[in-house]
Design a protein around this ligand. Structure first.
Ligand code: NAD
Length: 253
């Protein structure tokens, strides 16, 4: 992908782990200039360091919580001043939340919507405006999930946040098409990252949830679906300007 992404400025949120980190490396290998954003600053710094080693034209780390609107405004201003207008934005930061609806508190809902939905809204608005003002196109990728269109008893709040991200992506795609700005929603099923270990379990027995996940992994034979393959799907989704990319086999079902 060096022809397409070489020298381009690519900002990825949640770049300190899992899918975001693998995506940062994929863009780095294509010679992009990478801004790795994560609320875990050390993890973001490690990603940026590795990006430089694997071929990024340049790479920087920024410590930001995507749910914090003021912090995101500061980030957008700093990036524009220091590095320029972002060519590709990947709104990927997200948190898990497992638990039945009746056991999930309002606080649980707020936490998951703050990161998974508001984080994406902040990124799309702030960097989308910069792209539109520059007038040279660009691409926004939002990491949704197969959970956005596959209802489950275990993930009502998470799934709702991802359904909102999917619809936001499609609306924004319609709005920005005339300006040469593409928008792609990525919908992976189960991927082997840290999200399952960091997922909060509202009123759910962690062991029961682990059993459920193992069962679904067995069912689909996907326990080890690697984040690198999601990263590949992200780069391909941009090149082909796809609206929605279901990634893992069960996500296509
Ligand atoms: P992960 O936990 O390995 O990585 C998520 C990263 O995001 C972490 O580095 C974390 O520090 C960061 N992060 C979390 N909240 C943040 C915030 N408020 N601000 C900034 N950074 C924040 O998980 P992952 O699986 O790589 O998840 C990446 C995205 O993929 C998420 O949006 C997730 O919902 C989505 N997704 C994951 C799977 C899966 O099975 N792993 C499936 C479908 C979709």
């Amino acid at each position: 992908h060096a022809d397409r992404f070489g020298g381009q400025l690519v900002l990825i949120t949640g770049a300190g782990s899992g899918i975001g980190r693998a995506t940062a490396y994929a863009f780095a290998e294509a010679g992009a200039r990478v801004v790795a954003v994560d609320r875990d600053g050390e993890a973001a710094a490690r990603t940026a360091e590795m990006c430089r080693l694997v071929g990024a034209t340049d790479a920087w780390a920024e410590t930001v919580d995507v749910s914090d609107e003021q912090a995101m405004e500061k980030l957008a201003a700093k990036v524009a001043t220091d590095y320029g207008v972002v060519d590709v934005l990947v709104n990927n930061a997200g948190i898990g939340l497992a638990g039945s609806f009746l056991d999930t508190t309002s606080d649980d809902w707020r936490k998951v919507l703050d990161v998974n939905l508001w984080g994406v809204i902040h990124g799309c608005r702030l960097f989308g405006r910069q792209m539109a003002e520059r007038g040279q196109g660009g691409h926004i990728v939002n990491t949704a999930s197969a959970a956005a269109y596959q209802p489950s008893r275990a993930l009502p709040a998470y799934s709702t946040s991802k359904a909102a991200v999917l619809m936001l992506s499609e609306c924004l795609r319609a709005e920005l098409a005339d300006q040469g700005i593409g928008v792609t929603a990525i919908c992976p099923g189960l991927v082997n990252t840290n999200i399952t270990s960091t997922a909060r379990h509202a009123g759910v027995d962690a062991e029961e949830e682990a059993r459920r996940q193992k069962k679904s992994a067995r069912l689909y034979g996907l326990r080890n679906y690697p984040p690198e393959k999601v990263a590949e799907a992200i780069l391909r989704g941009i090149v082909n300007n796809e609206a929605v990319v279901p990634v893992t086999p069960e996500a296509r079902g």
